[in-house]
Design a protein around this ligand. Structure first.
Ligand SMILES: Cc1cc2nc3c(=O)[nH]c(=O)nc-3n(C[C@H](O)[C@H](O)[C@H](O)COP(=O)(O)OP(=O)(O)OC[C@H]3O[C@@H](n4cnc5c(N)ncnc54)[C@H](O)[C@@H]3O)c2cc1C
Length: 496
């Protein structure tokens, strides 16, 4: 009996899902498959929190599919082997999935599936994901193509999906059944597309009003940011769905933007929508260069920087033990919760690259493992930008001291995450090493014993990093490469 197969990857939803919708129109029963490759567990950018989150989302997907009459097969193994097995049992007429923009390994996996389909005369259709344009000829035309895509009509969820009668759905395993030691997060979002929609609505109903003013602080950002990223990265929700609802809100606000009910929304919605455009813009970069986790988009510039791995610096940075309270609070909060706001992510990476002069590959991997929302295209593009290895972005080295005073003036966030400083008053919270010995004793925090002394002099080291970066950026061969990087990857917004 021929069947159509939907291969779910990072599109764990039934709504606005073209692969599922097209498969449901085929004359054959539909098999839904979700596969996790064991080699992913070995990858150094993937951590246990990612796999647990995917399994949770797949469990929610399985329930949604059941309400449509369909069953979800789960496989932990090689996807080609699983397809061969299904093919032997049923004969696959067509395979449907979404395009995935990932690092080299996922391209290789997808190519092996294409090859297998050709060899077995299975029609394989891959549908576009969000605003990433496969085979884009020039960045000049990217924005109009992306906008047309994400502003398009939502795809209707099939009313029913018929699976083969004798097919049994698999229980989605717990992470430990795959040999993964689970890691508890202090905050773990509810998984799945229904939860994604309710997070979106809670943002558009009220939380998002303070998006513009609250997004930069790790304290206000927790509420004011949409917190949609883990859902977007596993495809529980699409950028088109988010834009659709955010535009509806915008229409309502435009009727009377100055009313008390609508105050704050105009600028917040506009900032939010530009972040959604960045999402696609940055993933488009990885679509062109799948080795961004290893090779800088501007290798000439990166080569001149010659950053060095220093294990002591790396460990202090990675564990939030640098002796800079605000930095340590941000890193420890990220380790505990799997999320931190954009500005603080930028600071974490920039401190590693400019102030501590560590290679971006190592520090980028550490952050990738910590972010629950790890999205390779955004992540590696941002790591490159915040490390100054693109040649087309300004050198922006964050000062921990400035961020600390701007974002956490009273030190509440610091005290929340750096218990050693719990009794230190606001006067010294940003630079506790300035306390006298007597004050350190009085506030129960002996620097160098209870809490580390600063790993380096922040101001001096940051300045050194910035100056080395400017001098590398100005070299003629680097500038030539930077022009090329702009042609391929640069945002055309300013030029327009
Ligand atoms: C070094 C570094 C690494 C990052 N790694 C990731 C990552 O792995 N996954 C990830 O989703 N985001 C990453 N970001 C971007 C950004 O920090 C997160 O998208 C954001 O903090 C997620 O929270 P939110 O969903 O509440 O965002 P919101 O501010 O509510 O934004 C909504 C959505 O817009 C997109 N977005 C927001 N900011 C950016 C941005 N600067 N660039 C591209 N898209 C953006 C995301 O899809 C986000 O979910 C990284 C940023 C930096 C500086």
């Amino acid at each position: 009996m021929p069947v159509s197969v939907v291969w779910f990857k990072r599109d764990l939803r039934v709504s606005d899902n073209q692969a599922l919708s097209e498969a449901s129109k085929s004359p054959h029963p539909v098999i839904c498959l979700f596969n996790i490759e064991p080699e992913r567990l070995e990858r150094n950018d993937v951590s246990e929190i990612h796999i647990e989150w995917e399994l949770d989302c797949a469990r929610a997907l399985s329930e949604s599919l059941e309400t449509l009459g369909a069953k979800l097969l789960f496989n932990f193994g090689n996807v080609v082997d699983k397809l061969s097995q299904i093919h032997q049992q049923y004969q696959i007429a067509s395979l449907h999935s979404h395009e995935e923009t990932g690092l080299t390994w996922s391209w290789e996996r997808d190519k092996s599936v294409t090859k297998w389909c050709k060899e077995n005369e299975v029609t394989f259709t891959e549908y576009a994901t969000n605003g990433v344009i496969r085979g884009l000829q020039s960045r000049d035309h990217w924005k109009s193509q992306r906008d047309a895509r994400v502003d398009g009509e939502l795809i209707t969820t099939p009313v029913t999906i018929q699976s083969p009668e004798n097919l049994k759905s698999d229980l989605i395993p717990e992470a430990k059944e795959l040999g993964i030691t689970p890691r508890e997060l202090e905050y773990r979002p509810i998984a799945g597309e229904k939860a994604a929609i309710s997070v979106l609505f809670s943002f558009l109903d009220e939380r998002g009003r303070k998006y513009r003013s609250g997004m930069s602080s790790p304290v206000t950002g927790r509420e004011a940011c949409s917190r949609l990223s883990p859902y977007i990265s596993t495809g529980c929700i699409t950028i088109r769905q988010i834009l659709h609802h955010s535009r509806r809100k915008q229409k309502k606000v435009r009727i009377n933007p100055r009313s008390a009910e609508n105050r704050g929304w105009t600028s917040s919605l506009s900032s939010f929508q530009s972040r959604l455009a960045w999402h696609c813009h940055f993933i488009q970069r990885l679509e062109f260069e799948t080795t961004m986790d290893e090779i800088a988009v501007n290798p000439e510039l990166d080569g001149h920087l010659e950053r060095v791995h220093d294990e002591q610096r790396y460990q202090a940075w990675a564990k939030g033990q640098t002796g800079w309270p605000f930095f340590d609070a941000c890193m420890r909060s990220l380790i505990a919760t799997g999320w931190i706001n954009f500005r603080m992510r930028a600071m974490l990476q920039s401190v590693a690259s400019y102030t501590l002069w560590l290679p971006w590959q190592d520090t980028g991997l550490h952050l990738a493992r910590l972010f629950l929302d790890y999205e390779p295209g955004i992540h590696w593009s941002q790591v490159h930008m915040q490390s100054g290895v693109t040649g087309i972005n300004s050198v922006r080295a964050y000062s921990v001291r400035k961020q600390s005073e701007d974002q956490d003036p009273e030190g509440d966030f610091i005290r929340e995450w750096v218990g050693e400083l719990a009794s230190v008053p606001a006067e010294f919270i940003h630079e506790p090493w300035l306390m006298t010995q007597e004050q350190q004793e009085m506030y129960n925090c002996i620097i160098g014993k209870d809490y580390p002394a600063p790993i380096v002099d922040e101001k001096v080291s940051r300045k050194e990093g910035v100056s080395k970066s400017y001098s590398a950026k100005g070299k003629p061969e680097v500038k030539r490469r930077s022009s090329l990087v702009y042609e391929i990857h640069g945002s055309r917004k300013r030029r327009n």
